[in-house]
Write a protein that binds this ligand. Structure first.
Ligand code: 6PG
Length: 231
């Protein structure tokens, strides 16, 4: 599985590089819905701010999330809240184009409902996102697929509640089959804290992030700090 590894100067350049790829993918698929799975965490915030200022065919764009914390949508830890503050509040997209996890509910119920949403929105048993944005944690997790967590082995369903020992709580996440069915997967990775994991993450299947790929492209978009230990 071919990976494209691009090293850019800093977080701003990661955000701009991701937006450039989005524009290119939109231009090369000129009609119909374009479904994006958004990453959570802090890295993509700048990208979402740039998107809010960008001239994009928003009438085509449907937003989903690759994972979510088990908190209400207005909670400080909510990935939806981060996205709302950075982008959605400035766009006023129709609700029918914004598909958040109902993370205020019981985790298993939230996962069941999101899996149902995916089936409805994609009109198929399995989603095939046009673009999947993901981040990477310092432990090599991606989405909320953490090392050693039960969801790593789930191949029967697209959306699950995943119990994370170190948090003593669940996270909501797409599974590897759902992620890897995406046409284009882009890992947006920034910061020196990510540097120690990246060499092995890129050259083995040791970490969850090592196991993600798109059916058409897999891009690792790294800033110099994160790429510092790559040969
Ligand atoms: C989340 C994300 C998670 C994130 C990584 C990197 O919900 O936190 O989905 O996978 O992408 O932990 O987070 P940072 O971008 O904050 O370093």
């Amino acid at each position: 599985m071919k990976r494209d590894i691009q090293v850019v100067q800093d977080l701003e350049a990661v955000a701009r590089g991701a937006l450039t790829q989005l524009r290119r993918l939109l231009d090369s698929s000129p009609e119909g819905p374009f479904r994006i799975a958004l990453s959570g965490g802090s890295t993509p915030r700048r990208l979402y701010e740039l998107m809010a200022e960008a001239s994009l065919p928003w009438e085509r764009i449907h937003l989903f999330w690759g994972d979510e914390r088990c908190v209400p949508p207005d909670h400080k830890d909510s990935n939806y809240r981060m996205t709302r503050e950075a982008m959605l509040d400035r766009l006023k997209l129709p609700d029918a184009q914004v598909h958040r996890w109902q993370a205020e509910l019981d985790p298993d119920e939230a996962a069941r409902l999101y899996d149902k949403t995916l089936k409805t929105e994609f009109g198929a048993d399995w989603p095939q996102f046009d673009l999947m944005w993901l981040g990477m944690g310092e432990d090599g997790h991606t989405a909320s697929l953490f090392p050693g967590s039960p969801a790593l082995e789930r191949t029967d369903v697209a959306a699950v509640a995943n119990y994370i020992e170190k948090f003593e709580n669940h996270r909501l996440t797409l599974t590897f089959p759902a992620i890897n069915a995406s046409r284009h997967v882009a890992l947006l990775i920034s910061g020196a804290g990510k540097a120690p994991v990246l060499p092995e993450a890129l050259h083995s299947d040791h970490y969850p992030v090592s196991r993600v790929h798109g059916t058409s492209s897999t891009l690792f978009l790294l800033d110099q700090a994160a790429a510092a230990q790559l040969g």
